[in-house]
Ligand binder design. Structure first.
Ligand code: ADP
Length: 565
């Protein structure tokens, strides 16, 4: 199988694996981001659930305070209580104890009893009875808070909806708009109501001594609980309590509402979620993970691309090398074939005519020169590649080296119809360079300017000093080099692919040799070029700044522009 075919096949395989590797990295990344996201969402969701639960716990804890004093009533025999009231207008001592305990709790400030038979709320001629903690008895009153009879009214209408026949408990509790709690005392034996016990609620105590401490204990600061809680009276449009003095109530930011089950219909808990430490930590860890993941993916993809590009470059190099081998074999064979044929004709004695003999001689000479140049270049490359290039550096004036080169190659330049224009700065410092290698550099650059020319056949060489450096430029007004090719022209075997360069002979070795030699001499090479305008190669070396050298040589320097035909 040919080398080129093998290269092409491995190229397809490389693309295939590169695609698979990138797809694998990307899908792993997506999977990871998805899992991180899901984890974060579930943490946030569970934090939300947890907060909801806290609100529910709070409301049921508050509710518990209301019902607590009524637990013991269930143990009483209502028939007995009824009898006691009917006969003595008082309740037995142990019942009195329950009432005293209830009022001692201070959630309830006063207790009224409204007997069913002489219902003072329904029949104004009867009084209602107010509990005195002092005597432990109920005393008749005619002036009483409105909430007493409202509560009794609610309780009665509530009872009407429940058939007493089916009623299982000896009392039934009804709550009236934050003002009172009414307990209907039911005689289960006779299936009738003994009366109503109305407990007036101490609102201040409820808010400040029960709800506020419970709110603080349960939710603390918004930062610690992760939410701002407001208790709002929606009828009065009033905020009663909050765990944050800083954030005013705003219905826009409310995330959740919670009622007090069966109690305080006008009061609602509103909560707005702020970032709790747990959620904030989840957010931070999510961001951290994303950054780490992103960097890892970035590095991984970068490495993949790097490997791929490198492989691509190697492939191109191998391709160029393969092309070069075929080409060079042909290039070596052609001059040899010409020389062989010419030599054969002469040695056979077939050519005797002086003119033809001369022309055969010229042919052999020219082909030999071509062959030599070619072999020289190949040897240069081989030497650089094997690290055998010897550098004989010595202090030189670059302008002298340039002038010498032009003098020696004047014929070659003018025979090609070219003119060289030289310009030099004053007092050019010395540079440590190998003069032979500078000649090779100039040779390659000038040959290229000649090979890739258009109509303007002029080459500009300028020798300059700049800071601590010294160098020269070789510029032409030739074909120019396309932008995307510029970074490759110093690569071995690289040739710009277009119809104009295709016509010229070359193997893409000249500039690679130039660059290597420049670097071996501690210099650097830069190129500026535009298609259709021309190219300019700039070579710079460190200057030897010894003043003595500069002064000694100043007189000999070229101080003005010289033109050479
Ligand atoms: P070669 O000239 O043998 O092809 P080089 O290494 O000297 O190889 O040059 C590499 C490529 O750079 C050339 O093929 C040519 O396309 C481009 N190039 C070099 N010098 C010039 C120039 N002065 N003007 C335009 N193109 C140039």
């Amino acid at each position: 199988m040919s080398l080129l075919k093998t290269i092409k096949q491995s190229d397809t395989i490389r693309w295939f694996f590169f695609g698979i590797a990138i797809a694998a990295v990307l899908s792993l990344t997506v999977l990871n981001i998805y899992s991180l996201h899901a984890l974060r969402e579930s943490t946030i969701e569970s934090a939300k659930e947890n907060r909801k639960l806290q609100l529910e716990e709070y409301t049921s804890r508050i509710s518990y305070n209301f019902y607590q004093p009524f637990r013991d009533i269930r143990n009483f025999d209502m028939a007995d209580l009824n009898r006691s009231w009917q006969t003595e207008k008082r309740f037995p001592l142990h019942f009195k104890q329950v009432l005293e305990d209830a009022i001692g709790d201070s959630l309830y400030s006063e207790i009224y009893f409204i007997p069913q038979q002489e219902n003072g709320c329904q029949k104004p001629e009867y009084p209602i009875y107010k509990f005195s903690t002092f005597t432990g008895q109920f005393n008749p009153v005619y002036e009483h808070p409105k909430s007493v009879c409202d509560g009794v009214g609610i309780s009665l209408s509530g009872l009407n909806t429940i058939s007493l026949d089916e009623y299982r408990f000896n009392n039934r509790l009804d709550f009236d708009a934050h003002r009172s709690m009414t307990s209907a005392l039911i005689n289960l034996e006779d299936k009738d109501v003994v009366g109503h016990m109305n407990f007036q609620i101490n609102r201040d105590y409820l808010l400040n001594r029960i709800m506020k401490p419970a709110l603080d204990a349960k939710f603390g600061s918004p930062e610690s609980s992760g939410m701002i809680v407001w208790i709002r009276d929606w009828m009065q449009d009033e905020i009663l309590l909050s765990n944050s003095s800083e954030v005013p109530y705003n219905r826009e930011i409310v995330d959740i509402r919670q009622r007090f089950p069966g109690l305080m219909d006008n009061w609602v808990l509103h909560a707005s979620f702020v970032e709790s430490p747990a959620v904030a930590a989840t957010h931070a860890s999510f961001i951290r993970s994303l950054v780490v993941l992103g960097s890892a993916v970035f590095v991984l993809i970068g490495a993949l691309i790097f490997i791929f590009i490198n492989a691509q470059k190697e492939r191109e190099f191998a391709e160029r090398q393969a092309g070069f081998l075929a080409n060079v074999t042909h290039e070596l064979k052609t001059p040899l074939a010409v020389m062989q044929a010419a030599g054969e004709n002469i040695s056979d004695g077939r050519v005797t005519d002086g003119k033809r003999l001369k022309s055969y001689g010229i042919h052999i000479y020219e082909e030999a020169i071509r062959l030599r140049k070619m072999i020289d270049k190949l040897l240069d490359v081989a030497k650089v590649d094997s690290g055998q290039t010897m550098v004989n550096q010595a202090p030189h004036h670059l302008n002298e080296l340039v002038l010498n080169y032009i003098k020696d190659h004047n014929d070659f330049i003018t025979n090609n119809g070219f003119q060289i224009r030289i310009q030099s700065d004053d007092a050019i410092p010395l540079a440590m360079v190998d003069s032979d290698q500078i000649e090779t550099i100039l040779n390659n650059l000038i040959e290229n300017s000649i090979k890739y020319c258009r109509t303007d056949k002029e080459i500009y060489i300028s020798i300059f000093k700049k800071g601590k450096t010294v160098g020269f430029k070789v510029a032409d007004m030739g074909l120019g080099i396309p932008k995307k090719a510029i970074r490759n022209i110093f690569n071995k075997f690289y040739r710009v692919e277009n119809s104009m360069t295709a016509k010229t002979k070359g193997h893409g070795l000249g500039l690679s040799i130039v660059k290597n030699l420049v670097e071996l001499n501690g210099g650097k090479i830069e190129v500026e070029s535009e298609v259709g305008v021309g190219s300019e190669f700039t070579i710079t070396f460190n200057a030897l700044m010894q003043q003595s050298y500069i002064e000694k040589n100043r007189d000999e320097e070229i101080t003005q522009t010289k033109e050479y035909a």
